[in-house]
Design a protein around this ligand. Sequence first.
Ligand SMILES: [Zn+2]
Length: 142
Amino acid sequence: MITLAEEHLEEIGRHGERDYPHECCGLLIGSFAADGTKIVQETYPISNAREEEARHHRSLILPEELMRGERYALNKGLDVVGNYHSHPDHPAVPSQYDLEHAWPTWSYIIVSVQKGSAADLRSWEMQNDRSRFDEEEIAKGL
Ligand SMILES: [Zn+2]
């Protein structure tokens, strides 16, 4: 389970709308509870590093951007607990590419942006054997 405030959900949706028709991406910064659930404190937008022609369907976070995000979280006593990205004109369901580039323990939030407007938003967790994603429950925090 992952807990996000309404404001975080709105930020992710707005980022997806801003970068449409390209994919947006960013990090989810917060903490892991003892039972493995995640609590998001902040969203951390990252530019989409893919070359122009591939950008609309393949988002990629560069290692140096990830390191910057991790350092930012660490300075606040927090962790990177996941990643978010948009699927322009596609459902909020992970692609094969997403599966191949995912890390276990992280949450993967996908927002579907339909004709420029944020629509469905869903969260996914990869199985430990990397075979597939399972949908994760999103709880609304304050
Ligand atoms: Zn994707």
